[in-house]
Design a protein around this ligand. Structure first.
Ligand code: KE4
Length: 431
């Protein structure tokens, strides 16, 4: 990594107008220290900062860019679409086309509604679940992050965990009084919450593969167990697939693990890098959403044509023969290489991969939940983060985030990444 003078100057200026100089806390490098890089452009697997440094990008806008940056198919479609206007505030064929595409990948979504972010999707789907069951309480998991709606900022992961925040001031006790917390991968903890709140629980919301405490897959039987417990207690099972959708499998975690949620929240990949979220699932539940039913939810830019078009092109590309197999092969090559490089340097890491998402904990023990994830050596992670960044690899600036791959990450890119990681692990092993 060369000079970053322009990023340093801009970061100073930005902090006077934008809290922390950023528009989302985790981008501020708070957990890893150092200077956030201001990005000028993205191209394929690369980010270019404003000082002209190039990085192989494994953040990919925190998941959306499964085709990499500025994919020709997406760019040309957006060029054509923008000439027809940027927003209509009225139905367009594009919304139906993207909805049909999503449903073709995820048949459990018998009906869905587009919104503008993952936060809107989870906020709306919980309102709907409470209306349908006429119950107030919800169960989430320690280290689970579902966006920043008040009721969900309880023992959350991602940026809340990264910043070590005791959740957030401004979230009133009333807003979270009905939010109960269980331990991920621990069915007994869920059973206890149900027993203590018999008949009061509307839904369980879960990241079926947890990506906001680092990457933690479900242990065998966990998701099936949640399905059984919610059925037994007449509660709804909600999969927050904002991150896992089209990332762990083209059909999401619900297809990979063959567990049917009642409702699903989506985001990220379905917008191809433009702001989109969605929620959907059982028709009998979704028909409660206004204007068909009484559950109100709205949005000025929901289903806007540019975002729909970017999503359509992205999912169409994912349907191309061999694309998914290629992603899996490259992801496997990368994580195998990283694991071997760490072992060769005598650095103890726990690596997890599910589809095109992966994570690496600097930890001596298995990582199955927030309690074990939080015991990871965040200081060593930070040193690794900066060592690979100096080498030209851009990982998420937090131990409690997942990393992502795109179709633009070919063999040569993966080999280069592993070489850079080998050097970083060696640095760690000597100090
Ligand atoms: P957004 O509101 O940020 O679009 O989505 C919220 C959300 C909901 N559910 C899951 C499982 C998520 O991972 C997210 C957002 N993910 C974070 C990364 N861990 C976005 C990055 C950020 O907050 O800047």
């Amino acid at each position: 990594m060369g000079k970053i003078d322009k990023s340093v100057r801009l970061f100073k200026e930005a902090q006077s107008l934008l809290p922390g100089g950023v528009d989302s806390p985790v981008r501020a490098f708070t957990a890893v220290g150092g200077q956030p890089l201001f990005i000028e452009r993205g191209e394929g697997p690369y980010l270019f900062d404003i000082d002209g440094n190039r990085y192989i990008d494994y953040v990919l806008s925190w998941g959306p860019l499964i085709l990499g940056h500025s994919h020709p198919r997406v760019v040309s479609a957006l060029r054509e679409q923008v000439a027809r206007g940027t927003s209509y505030g009225a139905p367009s064929p594009l919304e139906l086309e993207l909805a049909q595409l999503i449903a073709s990948f995820m048949p459990n979504l018998q009906m869905l509604r587009f919104v503008n972010s993952g936060t809107e999707a989870t906020m709306s789907v919980l309102r709907l679940a409470r209306a349908f069951t006429e119950r107030k309480k919800i169960i989430k998991f320690q280290g689970g992050y579902h966006g920043h709606a008040d009721m969900l900022l309880v023992q959350a992961g991602s940026g809340v965990a990264t910043l070590g925040l005791p959740d957030s001031p401004g979230v009133t006790s009333e807003a979270v009084q009905h939010t109960l917390v269980a331990a991920y991968n621990n069915l007994e903890s869920v059973e206890r919450v149900f027993e203590d709140n018999a008949g009061d629980i509307a839904a369980v919301i879960v990241e079926p593969v947890s990506g906001n405490m680092g990457l933690v897959p479900p242990v065998p039987g966990f998701l099936d167990g949640l399905r059984a417990l919610t059925d037994k207690n007449n509660a709804l099972l909600i999969f927050d697939e904002v991150m896992t959708g089209f990332r762990v499998n083209p059909g999401g975690a619900q297809t990979l693990y063959k567990v049917r949620p009642d409702l699903t929240a989506l985001g990220k990949v379905i917008g191809g890098g433009l702001p989109v979220g969605a929620y959907g699932g059982r028709r009998d539940i979704m028909e409660m959403v206004a204007p068909v039913g009484p559950v109100y939810q709205a949005g000025t830019l929901s289903g806007n044509p540019l975002a729909m078009r970017a999503g359509i092109e992205t999912l169409q590309e994912l349907k191309e023969p061999g694309v998914w197999e290629g992603l899996e092969a490259m992801a496997n090559k990368l994580v195998t290489g990283l694991t071997q490089a760490a072992r060769a340097a005598g650095v103890r890491v726990v690596t997890h991969r599910v589809g095109t998402m992966f994570g690496m904990f600097f930890n001596d023990h298995p990582v199955t939940d927030w309690e074990s994830a939080s015991r990871s050596d965040a200081e060593r992670f930070s040193r690794f983060f900066h060592a690979v960044l100096d080498g030209g690899v851009y990982m998420a600036p937090s131990q409690f985030e997942a990393a992502f791959l795109s179709t633009a990450h070919d063999e040569a890119i993966i080999d280069t990444t592993i070489d850079i990681a080998e050097k970083a692990f060696k640095l760690l092993s000597v100090a």
